[in-house]
Design a protein around this ligand. Structure first.
Ligand SMILES: Cc1cc2nc3c(=O)[nH]c(=O)nc-3n(C[C@H](O)[C@H](O)[C@H](O)COP(=O)(O)OP(=O)(O)OC[C@H]3O[C@@H](n4cnc5c(N)ncnc54)[C@H](O)[C@@H]3O)c2cc1C
Length: 368
């Protein structure tokens, strides 16, 4: 193998961004090693076999930016479609907005119209106050009350994580806002977009942006462990790098059931959550955001699972403690061999794609 200044493990958003930035700003020769047969990491999208429809193969990705500078950077490699991220939850046969907003409260309390004051008064009777919540159940009970917790969070959280909300950090359910207005959109960011030609095209363009970047797929880096002369950026699972020597870090995975439906639309918005007793958590019809025009549609049903690819780090005290022990090992790797751990898998944190890109750009700047 010819010598590379930088070796990047993983061609996902983190790896593609580090590689592009290092090649462009330093003129480094970069090798990107990806063990899947494609680039774009978990953002990978492709045409669903036998159709003309784009499909998000590892779960739907709703791109949002908090910083316009990050959006401008990614915009060098794609044009945008406006995001249309609307999510509803099916509760007792009725579709209610998620995150909770005034309409959700009206539908679940059977009282309308409500404004912020009357909605707050209504849920106040169900609130179980905990001044400093230490788990997700306490957090939601103290902010939204028992009725909304039981209807929207209790089962959903148990299915999603295989654990009750009482076993999970407050941040797990706290990530989803509770709104006292009528904002119907899933995320709060002012910049909600979808890459016009999809994510795979976007990250592929990043990786092809310089002749100094060489990308190989279907190669597991751990087989040969090639390092860069200046640095190696590892975007794979942290515990795997160290041969799981401190035990496995707990991950939650997903199983997808995909069907092609012979009708233009299957559901009224991109995502419908199922917080009831059914074994799945959500159904996704990504055509609502790709805006393809077709007489048929692809619907993906998600079943959370402990088995399968690592998707979500499980946010509990025990996993945080184990991660801390692994993190100490990463310091040694960095100091002795210039190995940097990055991204969703390498830092054992759930990060959105925009954050992954921001962190990757900052890392590339630090590598020198
Ligand atoms: C189900 C799900 C839904 C999501 N939805 C959203 C969303 O709506 N909006 C949003 O902004 N973000 C979303 N995300 C987060 C988003 O997927 C991540 O922010 C993003 O993928 C992080 O990029 P990454 O490059 O760090 O990791 P990844 O995309 O996971 O890429 C890592 C790559 O490294 C490769 N790799 C690992 N080990 C090795 C090895 N030993 N050798 C070679 N290659 C290796 C992997 O195959 C993978 O391709 C979602 C995540 C999940 C799991």
């Amino acid at each position: 193998m010819p010598p590379y200044d930088l070796v990047v493990v993983g061609a996902g958003p983190t790896g593609a961004t580090v590689a592009e930035t290092a090649a462009r700003t330093r003129g480094w020769r970069v090798l990107v090693v990806e063990r899947r047969s494609h680039v774009a990491g978990n953002c990978y999208d492709a045409t669903y076999p036998g159709t003309e429809l784009l499909w998000h193969c590892y779960g739907p990705h709703y791109l949002r930016f908090t910083r316009p500078g990050t959006m401008a950077y990614v915009g060098m490699f794609t044009e945008w479609l406006p995001g249309n991220y609307v999510v509803r939850a099916e509760v007792d046969g009725v579709l209610v907005p998620m995150p909770i907003n005034l309409e959700t409260i009206e539908l679940l309390y059977g009282q309308a119209p409500l404004d912020e004051t009357s909605a707050r008064e209504l849920i106040a009777q169900d609130i179980v106050a905990t001044p400093e919540p230490t788990d997700s159940e306490q957090f939601i009970l103290s902010r939204a009350g028992r009725r909304l917790y039981e209807k929207l969070y209790a089962n959903y959280t148990r299915k999603q994580w295989g654990r009750s909300a009482a076993e999970l950090d407050p941040s797990v359910c706290g990530r989803i806002p509770i709104r006292f207005d009528r904002n119907p959109y899933y995320v709060d960011s002012p910049y909600q977009v979808m890459p016009r030609d999809g994510y795979t095209a976007l990250f592929d363009r990043m990786l092809r942006s310089s002749p100094n970047i060489e990308t190989v797929t279907d190669v597991d880096w751990t087989a040969d462990r090639i390092h860069g002369r200046a640095a190696t950026v590892f975007c794979g699972p942290l515990d795997e790098y160290f041969g799981h020597r401190l035990g496995p870090l707990p991950w939650r995975s997903l199983r997808f059931e995909t069907e092609v439906v012979d009708q233009p639309w299957y559901q009224p918005c991109v995502q419908v959550n199922y917080p009831g007793v059914e074994p799945y958590t959500r159904k996704v019809e990504v055509k609502h955001v790709t805006r393809q025009v077709s007489g048929r549609t692809v619907v993906v049903t998600e079943y959370p699972s402990d088995v399968g690819d690592p998707y979500y780090p499980v946010p509990m005290k025990e996993s945080r403690a184990r991660y801390e022990r692994y993190r100490k090992l990463t310091v040694r790797e960095r100091e002795s061999r210039q190995v940097f751990f990055a991204g969703r898998l390498g830092t054992y944190r759930y990060i959105n794609t925009d954050e992954a890109i921001e962190r990757a750009r900052a890392l590339a700047d630090r590598l020198a």
